[in-house]
Design a protein around this ligand. Structure first.
Ligand SMILES: C[S@@+](CC[C@H](N)C(=O)[O-])C[C@H]1O[C@@H](n2cnc3c(N)ncnc32)[C@H](O)[C@@H]1O
Length: 386
């Protein structure tokens, strides 16, 4: 697939001012005219109504997005993509993130619609752009040059389903297995980029999992709700806690056992729905890290109620003097809204809560671009509960 423009897109005043302010996504409604052969996924020259050159991008026509800008007052090329990915890598190297990290976080790394996670020498790509879909082999080529032994696609995300992009996953380049073992500050996790959820692992929670260890002492009873492969629970178990983890997925059940063995610890696993869980107020620390309970803006009210119910339940399971850690990875719920929910949940659970340590957020390899606020989606709080 070519990296040269096939035609031109003329955008209206609003579109032009968005481009001039560095916004990547230009709405379909802001497109005034298409000139020349333009199909979905093509590179196009973007101009304003006076004919002024604004830059180049992908013609997408996907969801509400018409064009995804890639170069402002500049031309798109494979070299430009390569430069941006290398720049992203240099930034991650400075963060001392060890052997796994999110290498590309969409708009925040100037690659709108592209996510790349690295686990040792395995790269896992998720695209939400027709333009990147069509050029995924070229992106895999760049990643191979940067040291990936194998590159896989995880193009089966919920976002892709919501915007009607085909769902698929599989190998794009390289050889060898799709799984590896990563080391998160001394805690080992088996990660399989094809069988696991999302790109294989929830890298965004890295700092919060490490941070949890400050709140856990030897012999504590810890409850890890929505545990996946044992993320928070394993860190607590390594601190010497007696951990119970809950998740409904078969994969989590298999992998948590494997990860416990890898770290030479024991975890009690309950396979089931957190909603149906009935446990006593007996835990020193409870962690609640659910999937996005507001998957789309039209589900906001229902989702907010679900967060309130979950947090009320989580806090009612904490013994007096214990801690609760709660998270939301929904881009449609702000920090402030989660805080209000958490405070309300505290009073519903008849607990006196104190918010500790401000707000928790996503790992620094998931940079937040203020111009594209949805790049910051993970937020959380630690509370003491009396
Ligand atoms: C955001 S992930 C948790 C990530 C984990 N804390 C970690 O650090 O790796 C959410 C998990 O919740 C599980 N899940 C979703 N709905 C659930 C439910 N109603 N009851 C139990 N588990 C659920 C999913 O299988 C997934 O593993």
């Amino acid at each position: 697939m070519s990296w040269h423009p096939t035609g031109e897109v003329v955008v209206d005043k609003k579109g032009a001012s968005l481009v001039l302010s560095g916004r990547f996504n230009i709405g379909i409604g802001m497109i005034k005219k298409l000139i020349g052969p333009v199909s979905r996924g093509d590179i196009v020259i973007v101009k304003d109504e006076t004919g002024e050159f604004l830059g180049e991008g992908f013609y997408e026509e996907i969801g509400s997005v018409g064009v995804r800008m890639l170069a402002f007052k500049d031309k798109v090329s494979l070299d430009l993509m390569s430069e941006r990915i290398e720049k992203a890598l240099n930034m991650r190297r400075k963060m001392k993130l060890g052997n796994y990290f999110r290498l590309v976080h969409s708009e925040s790394d100037l690659l709108p619609g592209l996510i790349v996670d690295f686990y040792n020498d395995i790269a896992s790509i998720t695209s939400t752009s027709i333009g990147f879909d069509a050029r995924i082999k070229d992106i895999a080529g760049i990643l191979t040059k940067l040291g990936a032994r194998a590159v896989f696609a995880r193009n089966d995300s919920r976002t892709r389903r919501q915007i009607d992009l085909p769902l698929w996953k599989g190998r794009i380049a390289g050889e060898g297995p799709s799984d590896t073992i990563i080391d998160e500050e001394g805690v080992l996790f088996h990660v399989d980029v094809l069988k696991g959820q999302k790109t294989g692992f929830f890298i965004d929670q890295r700092m919060n999992r490490i941070y949890l260890r400050r709140y856990v002492s030897k012999g504590d009873k810890v409850l890890d709700l929505f545990s996946y492969t044992g993320g928070f629970g394993l860190h607590a178990a390594v601190e010497g806690a007696d951990v119970t983890a809950v998740d409904e997925s078969d994969y989590a059940e298999r992998e948590i056992a494997r990860n416990a063995e890898l770290n030479k610890v024991k975890i009690n696993f309950i396979k089931g729905n957190v909603k149906e869980l009935r446990l006593n107020k007996e835990y020193d620390v409870v962690i609640a890290d659910p999937p996005a309970l507001i998957p789309s803006i039209d589900r906001k009210d229902v989702g907010k109620r679900a967060y309130l119910m979950l947090n009320t339940k989580a806090m009612s399971m904490v013994r007096k003097g214990g801690f609760a850690l709660t998270f939301s990875c929904s881009q449609f719920l702000s920090q402030e809204e989660l805080k209000i929910i958490v405070i309300k949940a505290g009073s519903k659970a008849r607990r006196e809560i104190k918010l500790l340590n401000g707000t928790l957020g996503q790992s620094p390899d998931h940079p937040i671009d203020p111009k594209h606020p949805w790049t910051g989606y993970l937020k959380g709080f630690v509370m003491s509960c009396t």
